[in-house]
Design a binder for this molecule. Sequence first.
Ligand SMILES: C[S@@+](CC[C@H](N)C(=O)[O-])C[C@H]1O[C@@H](n2cnc3c(N)ncnc32)[C@H](O)[C@@H]1O
Length: 302
Amino acid sequence: MKLKEALKGVLEENELRKVVKSYDIIGDTILIRVHSDLESKRGIIAEALHKIYPHVRSIAAVPLYAHTDRVYRTRDLEVIWGDENMETTHKESGCLFKVNPKRVFFSPRLSYERMRVASKVMAGETIINMFSGVGCFSIIIARMQPQTKIYSIDVNPYAYEYMEENVRLNRMEGRVIPILGDVREELKKSGLEGVADRVLMPLPEEAHSFLPLAVRALKLDKEGAGGVIHYYDVSTGRKGDDLFVMPIKRVRGIISSVFGDSLRLKIEEKRIVRSVAPRRYHVVLDLDLNLNLDSHVGGGVM
Ligand SMILES: C[S@@+](CC[C@H](N)C(=O)[O-])C[C@H]1O[C@@H](n2cnc3c(N)ncnc32)[C@H](O)[C@@H]1O
């Protein structure tokens, strides 16, 4: 049964219109956006959700204009039903992810994107996940393509701890390598410059400012070996607008201003990942990069 149906006759028609259609089910918890006009009805909405999903242990409201932490990407959540402790284990693509949505970023809405990226990975690749969270992209890749090594960095200590636990839960020790710290320091410190076949940048709001670092992490050589960057960005526009114009322009601008004509860039694939607000979308560009052997600079991206 749908939530709105369950609330028919309980809420007024004008209230029903303000109830959101979708919510996130993470393990045995639910996160739901609640309109500010329905503050006093949060308990009723939570009861209705619990009737639809009796296994659920905890339901939290995400205020409509919830504050999002700029770095950790966590949101202010308020438990409106059940257990205050929101730690849970979520199943996705045959993997288990222990998370606490109050402490770490986690979105089940990225499951298709995680599988899409994982399906591109070839045996033998060295991968760097610059913004790993609790390790979802990395662990799913390692499960689909066992002959890979994925260095997985996150600056949020809670995300790092859950990532370590998830590596153990999914038996990925030695294949997914959790690293705690700021990617700006960790790439150099951990000897991860010039080593990667593929770099993941799942931090749409800020990824552009880390793009030169991601390029420097790639293993590009004069024999023609290239690398791939999964670059995420935020684009705004109306239905029918080309949402890729801005991110492609931004990527080309950064690459040419930092690396001149020493690199060849091809956009291998582009897609809208999800809508995050009215007229605001997360998009991904798969960047295929090689050294430009005709360049006067003579190769090398350091
Ligand atoms: C949008 S989340 C992506 C999480 C993960 N990839 C997933 O799919 O669940 C971005 C993550 O990047 C981390 N982060 C932000 N800035 C960082 C930095 N400078 N270095 C390392 N991690 C960073 C945040 O802590 C957060 O966990």
